[in-house]
Design a protein around this ligand. Structure first.
Ligand code: XIL
Length: 383
């Protein structure tokens, strides 16, 4: 089948336009999750909560929800499990939106990853927590707040969530040191706070995969971030903190049109980092794949080509590690990607960071991910 015809078939499925559901279809290309599973991997994406009719990357937006259900085996809530969403006040939990996402995933037989139990930066904690009065026994009160939060979330979802980003982004990229927050100041240090988060998670979900998740990447400028993460992971091992995997967010940034040359330049440092992580015994999860199309022309064809080639190069190197289990993209459709708001392009052209364009059409980046799965060495999966 030509690329064009194939695209139309996939689109027909996603847009719900397939005429006869009774005819067995043999012409639908395998989903990314099917391709991933042939190698012992899984593929997934972020998805949000939304109201019906809203133009969002949500479970209530039929074309987006169909796309995610068609391509994925696992999903992650883009924002709805974070403290800022779950914790309106020190005493309250607001589970409705995340509950709706987990229920939607289960109705589609998709697994859900938990993101996250502690985003260890003041910027991402609720305002009330940043100015919280920890009282006369701050250590005890800080520990109580943190463990109550984690216990409550884990008790609610039980075995329904098998992998959690327990701690998110604790390392300051500029110097590799750990951030401090009101919680860690009260508890008496960042290390003690992160350790407590992981021990609490292990006790509450003994069989779940516990992940430290961060955005140290392979582009220039990430060396101190990577070094800081390695130091943190070594400390976890030394102290016996129960951490199973490193979440490699994979918010990639292209380095110009010649993707192959960029990959060749970046590969050595990246392998050194992944070697160090895996030699410590950690598994790897690619948790938030997307691409900032920097240093690329406005014109779409060469831009998409370079994004796809850079992604393929990154995945070829990274999936060569059998320690990688899951690959999740941070959204599946350019229309809803957070990158547009986070860092718009200098030429004001709309960003193209994901696998599908704003009209839900697959882009070369989708083919790149499919090709990388096809080329990846197989691995054994315990779960
Ligand atoms: C982002 C969401 O996509 C945005 O909607 C939100 O405003 C901020 O957070 N690293 C992470 C994710 O771990 O939780 C972030 O998600 C993207 C960077």
């Amino acid at each position: 089948m030509t690329g064009f015809a194939r695209r139309d078939v996939l689109m027909a499925g996603i847009m719900g336009a397939v005429a006869s559901p009774l005819v067995a279809r043999t012409d639908i290309p395998p989903s990314l999750d099917v391709l991933a599973r042939r190698k012992g991997l899984r593929f997934g994406s972020a998805i949000s909560w939304g109201t019906a009719g809203a133009d969002r990357g949500s479970i209530a937006n039929p074309p987006y929800a169909r796309l995610v259900a068609a391509e994925c085996g696992v999903i992650v809530a883009e924002n709805e499990m974070k403290w800022q969403a779950l914790r309106p006040s020190p005493t309250a939990f607001a589970f409705e939106r995340f509950d709706a996402i987990v229920a939607w995933a289960e109705s589609k037989r998709l697994a859900t990853r938990g993101h996250n139990l502690l985003w260890h930066q003041p910027k991402w904690l609720p305002r009330w927590l940043n100015s919280y009065d920890f009282g006369a026994t701050p250590k005890r009160e800080g520990e109580r707040l943190l463990t109550t939060h984690i216990d409550t979330v884990l008790a609610r979802y039980g075995k329904r969530i098998e992998s959690y980003d327990v701690v998110n982004e604790a390392v300051r990229p500029s110097d590799g040191q750990l951030y401090d927050t009101s919680l860690s100041t009260a508890i008496g240090g960042a290390e003690a706070t992160l350790d407590l988060a992981f021990h609490t998670a292990r006790a509450g979900a003994p069989r779940a995969e516990l992940v430290y998740n961060d955005y140290m990447s392979w582009e220039p400028g990430n060396a101190s971030h990577r070094a800081g993460v390695l130091k943190l992971l070594e400390g976890f091992k030394r102290r016996g903190t129960p951490v199973d995997a490193l979440g490699v967010q994979s918010h990639l940034v292209t380095q110009g049109l010649d993707a192959r040359a960029s990959v060749t330049r970046l590969e050595r440092d990246w392998r050194q980092f992944l070697d160090a992580v895996t030699q410590m015994g950690y598994a790897l999860v690619l948790t938030e794949l997307d691409v900032r199309d920097n240093g690329l022309p406005t014109e779409i064809t060469p831009r998409d080509r370079a994004v796809a080639d850079f992604t393929k190069g990154y995945l070829d190197v990274t999936l060569s590690y059998p320690a990688v289990r899951d690959v999740l993209s941070w959204g599946l459709c350019d229309r809803y990607s957070w990158i547009e708001g986070f860092e718009p392009r200098k030429d004001k052209a709309l960003r193209r960071p994901t696998l599908y364009d704003r009209e839900f059409r697959p882009k070369p980046m989708r083919e790149a991910v499919a090709a990388a799965f096809a080329a990846a060495p197989p691995r054994n999966r315990a779960t």
